[in-house]
Design a protein around this ligand. Structure first.
Ligand code: FES
Length: 150
């Protein structure tokens, strides 16, 4: 079985896996980084969102062989020893209900805000539209993104 060098949250890992193993499984099953969630497994829900070279990306669709030597950030590595400002805003607005989708939401929001520091409501809605929340926390997500940007 091939070995892939992955850079995750600033640490290098040598991962022995079949080339088509989804990054999501590597994170959750090989490395116990279970903050990244499995929702649909087909790129439709956003629960598995991580950053790859700074962009929000669905880890269920990425084969391990595609991300070698790229910078991968998961919710566990978003901020060291303190909450990221987006996480602070999530806490302030009390966004989660069941919480399952929220790490994916936060990873999408942080990647978006790093590209657009002063978004309007439409831009926030568009940017977050690919992340599904079954509890329909969309209004609070929008408010938290606005707060984080302010
Ligand atoms: Fe990857 Fe749903 S689990 S988009």
């Amino acid at each position: 079985m091939p070995v892939y060098n992955l850079k995750i949250n600033g640490t290098s890992y040598n991962i022995k896996a079949e080339q088509d193993t989804p990054l999501l499984w590597v994170l959750r099953d090989y490395l116990d980084m279970v903050g990244t969630k499995y929702g649909c497994g087909i790129g439709q829900c956003g629960a598995c969102t991580v950053h790859v070279d700074g962009s929000a990306t669905r880890s269920c669709l990425l084969q391990v062989s595609m991300v070698e030597d790229m910078e991968i950030t998961t919710i566990e590595g978003l901020s060291k020893n303190t909450l990221h400002p987006v996480q602070e805003a999530w806490k302030e607005i009390d966004v989660p209900q069941c919480g399952y989708c929220q790490t994916g939401q936060i990873m999408s929001a942080t990647a978006f805000l790093s590209q657009n520091k002063n978004p309007n409501k439409t831009e926030i809605r568009d940017a977050m539209s690919g992340n599904i929340c079954r509890c329909a926390s969309y209004n609070r997500i929008e408010k938290a993104v606005e707060l984080a940007a302010s």
